[in-house]
Design a protein around this ligand. Structure first.
Ligand code: ATP
Ligand code: MG
Length: 498
């Protein structure tokens, strides 16, 4: 423990709420501090919403007095069993707790809790950067209490435990996940001794619920560069314990001189590439999982070398089970990830082959609203170190995207006219010119515009037959003998990727 810093941070907490809480605590003769993550974020200059206060002696009575001072529109929840109270006022969320001392039992991360001093309370906190408090009492307003040089660690960008890391992590193994999560969110380094202790205590993660682990993984995934977290989970051995399917991507197999790329590191690059352009958490999960089927289908072929045939399809089939075991939601987010994993090779196949309108249209129809996300993933997947090759692929994707735009313009144009025209309807049903023909044509046009049918001649004919039948009409002649451009792959072939 180093000597306490005598910094005064009153400038940082010069807001009415901190003065109000301080005066309230003074009136009850209680010491009161802002503490923990809020202080850390305040110093770093990061936004954080919830404010935690710690009082020496019971916190609930201070919370009640603060709530009554805040007056109208204030809501208080008291948790007597835990000795905590939460006060909500407009967009403020204040949490009050009495300073405590904790002791742990090996079988659980739930400590035995007793009243303690401020120093006891700071010593039980997970990291030095989370173990600082700022006094709000009037006589010491803004005084920083920093027993473990959290301020210095913020400056040095270091994650470190206040006490012996082996004890800290063994007592509450969730802290291992938190260390890695903070390192990722803040782009800090975990001190080597601290990191070694995580590796030594990794198997204690078994006592942590999967839901808590999922919360931390999602925070890692939402960070600017999520690979930092996955790389640390890998280095400490946690990855093999919490997500063995991902760990299975690691490594390079060789046969003679032929190897394949390390799919774990490739996956992390793809993830970072996606994170650089999109905050969509589930698109990021799709990036992490896009090659998850590779270890399952890996095969060595004398002629082709290492192959991963069908890994997209096999991988997509694995998604529900992975989501279930990681406790990620089994809803439309899972379906979205499964779909992107299944389709992730399709854009590259489009640029490698001769592109036909119908192939482009098929993919666009299948991907629907997720087409733009699919293209982000496909572009992110180009991690070749060969710059020339990379540039060529990306250029080809531009061409594919242009084709998507072209085709949707063509489809819009086509939808201005009914696919089956009035003269043909008259011919098929033996009708004279008149309102009946107009009604059938209008219904078809509406169905085309609403995407009730695919824009093919066959679908349009089926639709017309059905609507005519409702009106008691039956066909008396065969339709005209016209081939449908959307059904024939030969139209407007474009050679790409030469
Ligand atoms: P965030 O709010 O971004 O998750 P945080 O550090 O504020 O980060 P909280 O869960 O809000 O995390 O906890 C507030 C404070 O409580 C922390 O800063 C830390 O001092 C303490 N704390 C939280 N969880 C633990 C833990 N598992 N072990 C020790 N101290 C903890
Ligand atoms: Mg917090």
């Amino acid at each position: 423990m180093i000597e306490q810093q005598k910094s005064n941070l009153s400038g940082l907490i010069d807001r009415r709420i901190f003065h109000l809480v301080g005066e309230t605590a003074d009136s009850l003769s209680r010491e009161c501090y802002v503490v923990g993550g809020y202080v850390r974020d305040l110093i770093i200059g990061r936004h954080s919403k919830d404010i935690d206060f710690v009082t020496v002696g019971a916190g609930i009575s201070v919370a009640e007095a603060v709530a009554s001072r805040l007056g109208k529109g204030t809501h208080i929840s008291v948790f007597r069993n835990f000795g905590t109270a939460q006060v909500k006022h407009r967009d403020l969320e204040l949490e009050f707790v009495g300073a405590r001392r904790e002791s742990y039992d090996r079988g659980s991360r739930k400590p035995v809790v007793e009243d303690g001093s401020l120093d006891d309370d700071l010593a039980r906190r997970d990291f030095t950067i989370n173990a600082m408090a700022i006094c709000v009492n009037k006589s010491r307003f803004g005084e920083l209490v920093d027993r473990y040089d959290g301020l210095g660690d913020i400056r040095r960008r270091i994650i470190r435990t206040p006490l012996d890391p082996d004890i800290t992590f063994s007592d509450d193994p969730l802290r291992m996940m938190r260390a890695i999560r903070f390192a990722t969110q803040l782009d800090f380094n975990i001190l080597p001794e601290t990191l070694d202790a995580i590796a030594r205590n990794a198997d204690r993660i078994g006592i942590i619920s999967r839901e808590r682990i999922a919360d931390e993984l999602n925070k890692i995934m939402a960070s600017p560069k999520p690979s930092i977290g996955w790389e640390l989970l890998n280095r400490t051995g946690l990855l093999d314990l919490i997500f063995p399917r991902l760990a299975a991507l690691r490594g390079i197999d060789r046969k003679g001189t032929r190897g394949h790329k390390d799919n774990f590191y490739h996956t992390l690059s793809v993830l970072d590439n996606v994170a650089a352009v999109s905050d969509n958490l589930w698109l990021r999960w799709a990036a992490l999982l896009h090659d998850i089927g590779k270890p399952v289908v890996k095969h060595y072929d004398e002629r082709l070398g290492w192959t991963f045939h069908n890994h997209d399809f096999v991988g997509s089939k694995m998604i529900p089970e992975i989501f279930r075991s990681l406790r990620l939601p089994l809803n439309e987010k899972m379906k979205y990830v499964r779909k992107l994993v299944e389709l992730h090779m399709r854009p590259i196949a489009l640029v490698e082959d001769i592109v036909t309108d119908s192939a482009v249209r098929r993919l666009a129809n299948y991907a629907e609203d997720d087409l733009a996300d699919l293209m982000i993933l496909a572009r992110a997947d180009i991690t070749s170190r060969n710059e020339e090759k990379k540039a060529r692929f990306l250029r080809n994707f531009d061409i594919v995207e242009e084709k998507f735009r072209d085709i949707s313009a063509k489809d819009r144009e086509r939808n201005r006219k009914a696919i089956i025209r009035g003269d043909e309807i008259m011919h098929i049903f033996g009708l004279p010119q008149g309102p009946q023909v107009g009604i059938l044509t209008k219904r078809l046009l509406q169905a085309q515009r609403d995407d009730e049918i695919r824009p093919t001649r066959q679908d349009a004919l089926d639709f017309i037959y059905a609507v005519a039948a409702e009106q008691g009409l039956s066909p008396v002649n065969e339709p005209f003998d016209i081939s449908d451009p959307a059904d024939t792959p030969e139209d407007s072939q474009v050679e790409l990727n030469q």
